[in-house]
Design a protein around this ligand. Structure first.
Ligand code: SAM
Length: 237
C-alpha cells in the first residue's frame, strides 16, 4: 500500500509542478469562471469572524487565501499548506504582490499535518481532497488540528447525477476538457489525470459518510452547478 501511495504522490507532484504557471488561467477557462462562485460559497460556509485562525490545505497557487484573510481580519495570519514547491512559489509571488495580506505558506503533506492538535478554527480544502490517496487519514488529520467547534469546508469537483445534464457534461468533461487542457499546457497527462481523478473520487454521499466516520457532526453537502462540484461541511464537536 505504501508503495502505491508513494507512486501516486510522485505522479501528483509531477503533474502540479508541470502546470503550476498555467494553473490559475486554465482553472478559470476550464470551469468557465464558475470556480469563483464556488469559492465564494465555500467562504460563506466558513462563517469566519475576526480573530479566527484559518488553514487552507492543498492551497496550490493560493486562490483561497485572500478571501480567508479578509474573513479573519488583520490580526490573524492565514496558513496555506501544499506539498508542491512550484505551486507554493507561484502562491508566494502572487500573494506577496497584494497589500495587507497576512499569510504563511507551509510545504507539507495533508497526510502528516505539521501542526499541534486544536490549532485552527476553520480549515478549507478546495479541489485538493480528490488528489489524496487516503481520505480517512486526511480527514483524521484535519479533525486533529481543528479546535472544538471548528469547521471543515471542502470544495471539490464531483459527478453530476441529473440524467440528461450528466450525459451532456460527460461529453465536455471526458472529451473536450482534456483537449483544451492540452492546448493550454501542452501536457496531456495533467488533464487526463483531472478527468480520471474526478471519476474515481467518492460520490457526494460517500464523502458525507466519510466526514461522519471521521467524527464531524452536523455534516452536510451542497451540490453546485447541477452537481459538477460540491461543498461538504462538517463541525468538530
Ligand atoms: C487542483 S490544486 C488546488 C489548488 C487550490 N486549492 C485551488 O483552489 O486552486 C491541488 C493541489 O493539491 C496539492 N496536493 C495534492 N496532494 C497533496 C497532499 N497530500 N498534501 C499537500 N498538498 C497536496 C497539489 O500540490 C496541488 O497544489
Amino acid at each position: 500500500m505504501k508503495t502505491t501511495f508513494a507512486a501516486h504522490t510522485a505522479r501528483v507532484h509531477a503533474i502540479f509542478s508541470s502546470i503550476a504557471h498555467q494553473y490559475d488561467r486554465l482553472n478559470t477557462v476550464l470551469s468557465w469562471g464558475t470556480d469563483r462562485l464556488w469559492r465564494q460559497q465555500a467562504l460563506h460556509q466558513c462563517r469566519l469572524k475576526p480573530g479566527d485562525s484559518a488553514l487552507d490545505l492543498c492551497c496550490g497557487t493560493g486562490m483561497m487565501i485572500p478571501p480567508l484573510c479578509r474573513g479573519v481580519g488583520e490580526q490573524s495570519t492565514v496558513v496555506g499548506l501544499d506539498f508542491n514547491a512550484e505551486m507554493l512559489a507561484v502562491a508566494q509571488r502572487r500573494l506577496s504582490a497584494q497589500a495587507k495580506l497576512k499569510f504563511r505558506l507551509v510545504e507539507g503533506n495533508v497526510l502528516d499535518l505539521p501542526f499541534a492538535p486544536e490549532s485552527f478554527s476553520c480549515i478549507t480544502i478546495a479541489f485538493g481532497l480528490r488528489n489524496i490517496p487516503d481520505i480517512p487519514e486526511a480527514l483524521a488529520q484535519m479533525f486533529r488540528v481543528l479546535k472544538p467547534g471548528g469547521r471543515l469546508v471542502c470544495l471539490e469537483l464531483s459527478n453530476p447525477e441529473l440524467p440528461v445534464f450528466k450525459d451532456i457534461y460527460g461529453l465536455y468533461f471526458n472529451h473536450l476538457l482534456p483537449v483544451v487542457g492540452y492546448l493550454g499546457t501542452r501536457n496531456h497527462q495533467a488533464y487526463t489525470y483531472l478527468r480520471d481523478s474526478v471519476k474515481r473520487f467518492l460520490s457526494k454521499k460517500d464523502l458525507l459518510r466519510a466526514f461522519r466516520a471521521a467524527g464531524f457532526q452536523h455534516s452536510f453537502y451542497q451540490s453546485l452547478t447541477g452537481g459538477i462540484a460540491a461543498l461538504h461541511v462538517g463541525l468538530k464537536p
